[in-house]
Structure formats: structure tokens, C-alpha cells
Design a protein around this ligand. Structure first.
Ligand code: ATP
Length: 273
């Protein structure tokens, strides 16, 4: 029997012919893609292509109308509240931090129940010990340090620049020690320097000492996806029009047509670097 998966293995996520309809509108049509363990896979496409819908299907916010998903080869019916237990974490568009909590408390709040309480405590439903609490706070501080924002641990999120809050949101996702991280437009609202730094960070995720993970990145920002993704899937009008390495996708005439035929931001057309 193969050994049980560890964080270093990542998760093998696959979509098989997934379709989503909103009434008469086809938002996703026969979409198949795979995020193999330890890989960074980007999903791109012009406005309205279906990227957010795809993200919402994987998170369990939107049920597919057709097709199916698998996780490590087994049937997967995503439910938002079960993702953490399966080793999946996500960051949403914007930041979504709790305004009444400090940065550190926000990160601690992202820990899975098992990580919060320690395995035995979680198993038997015992109250968390002070030692568990201290360990978790230290882990949160270490993550904030890894992401370069430890100096803001005691601050209220609202007082911080947007780019710092985005990093805090990433730390909150990582404290759950995900084997798969879903990032929804992480570069949204960031300036060019911040996007470069974000690219450096994302690139390290599959090899993090604290727990490697695969990444599915849904993003508008072409510079970011080209810099960090090993594989890309391009959606247009809900269909996969191209898939491959960033170089293969960049040279695909269907992709150029999809982007140039649409009203897209300058950086998406390659003018932002
Ligand atoms: N809840 C919904 N009800 C009805 N139509 C929807 C819903 N969500 C999305 N759509 C439609 O589905 C299509 C795909 O939208 P989606 O938001 O997934 O695209 P996107 O690629 O994320 O776009 P953008 O880059 O502009 O965020 C669009 O035509 C959109 O109007």
C-alpha cells in the first residue's frame, strides 16, 4: 500500500468536462484541467471568460452543472467549509481580513482545527492548551516574517497598505499548511513592484520548508502568470482555448485573438513589463 500523502506531495486536482450554466448563460463549457502535485498552474482569460466561476467551482461556491472533479484521483465534491480539512486553502479577490482582529490574530484564525488544538486535543474535543496557543502564535509570527510583514503583527488591518494586507491574507491561508493553494487574482490592486515581489513569493510555494503546496492561480495579470506558472490554461467564453507552458500559450494565435479582441488591461496585452 502506498504511504499516506504528506504536505510535500501536494494534491492532484483535476476537473473533467466541467460545465456551469447560469440560467441560459454558459459560464463554463466542458472544461478539463489538472493541477498536478507541486506545480503552479495559472488560469487566465479575458473579462467574462469564466475564471472566477472556475475558482468558485473548485472552492464549492458554485456546483458544476455537468462534469466532475477529482482529488488525488478520487471523486471530489467541493464544499467551502471542508476545504481546509482536505488540505486546500484559498485567498479570495481583495483581502477579506477580519477588521476587529490584529494581523497576528487574523493569521491564527486561518489555522485548521487540528493545527489549532493539536491532534489529540482536536480528536477528543478538549480545550486548547496555553502551549497550543503559544505554538500557533509563534507559527503565525514565523509566517509573517517569511512574508516580510512581521513588523505589522500587532496592527489593525485597516491601518496597513493594501500590499501588506494581501500578504497577511496569504499568511492566513498558509498557516493551514495547505497541500493546494487556490489564489484568486492575488495581483489585483498591486503596483508593479509589489507584483514582482508577489511573483517571488508564489514561486517558492511548492518548495516551502514549512509545507510545500501546489498552486492554482486565477489571474488577469499576464506578467505575473508568465513569471510564476509552469502551466497555463486559457479560457475564453467559458471554454479552454489553449493549454501548455507559458511560452506555448504566449505564441498561440487563438490566445492573442482572444485578448486583442477583448477590452483588456494594458498589462494583460503584454505592455505592463
Ligand atoms: N452568479 C452569476 N449569475 C449569472 N451569471 C454569472 C454569474 N457569475 C458569473 N456570471 C457570468 O458568467 C460569465 C463568466 O463570468 P466570470 O466572472 O466567471 O468571468 P471572469 O473570467 O472571472 O471575468 P473577470 O475577469 O471580469 O472577473 C460572465 O458572462 C458572467 O457575467
Amino acid at each position: 500500500m502506498p504511504p499516506p500523502p504528506t504536505p510535500a506531495d501536494g494534491i492532484d486536482l483535476a476537473l473533467h468536462g466541467v460545465g456551469v450554466r447560469f440560467g441560459g448563460l454558459v459560464a463554463l463549457d466542458d472544461v478539463s484541467l489538472r493541477v498536478p502535485p507541486g506545480r503552479i498552474v495559472g488560469v487566465i482569460g479575458p473579462n467574462g471568460a469564466g475564471k472566477t466561476t472556475l475558482f468558485n467551482v473548485v472552492c464549492g461556491f458554485v456546483p458544476p452543472t455537468s462534469g466532475s472533479l477529482t482529488l488525488d484521483g478520487r471523486p471530489f465534491r467541493p464544499r467551502p467549509h471542508r476545504l481546509t480539512r482536505l488540505g486546500i486553502a484559498r485567498t479570495l479577490q481583495g483581502v477579506g481580513l477580519f477588521p476587529g482582529l490584529t494581523v497576528l490574530e487574523n493569521v491564527v484564525a486561518g489555522a485548521s482545527h487540528a493545527a489549532r488544538a493539536g491532534f489529540a486535543t482536536a480528536l477528543f474535543g478538549l480545550p486548547r492548551s496555553d502551549r497550543d496557543e503559544r505554538r500557533l502564535r509563534q507559527e503565525a509570527l514565523d509566517l509573517l516574517a517569511e512574508l516580510g510583514v512581521a513588523a505589522h503583527a500587532g496592527a489593525a488591518p485597516a491601518t496597513l497598505p493594501y500590499a501588506v494586507r494581501k500578504r497577511v491574507a496569504l499568511a492566513r491561508a498558509l498557516i493551514a499548511r495547505p497541500r493546494l493553494l487556490l489564489l484568486d487574482e492575488p495581483a489585483g490592486g498591486l503596483g508593479a513592484d509589489d507584483v514582482d515581489e508577489l511573483a517571488e513569493l508564489v514561486r517558492t510555494l511548492p518548495e516551502r520548508a514549512g509545507g510545500a503546496c501546489s498552486v492554482m492561480l486565477v489571474e488577469h495579470h499576464m506578467d505575473l502568470v508568465m513569471a510564476v506558472c509552469q502551466e497555463l490554461v486559457v479560457l475564453d467564453f467559458g471554454r479552454v482555448i489553449a493549454a501548455g507552458t507559458p511560452d506555448e500559450v504566449r505564441d498561440d494565435p487563438l490566445v492573442t485573438e482572444a485578448y486583442l479582441g477583448a477590452d483588456v488591461p494594458a498589462e494583460a496585452a503584454g505592455a505592463g513589463s
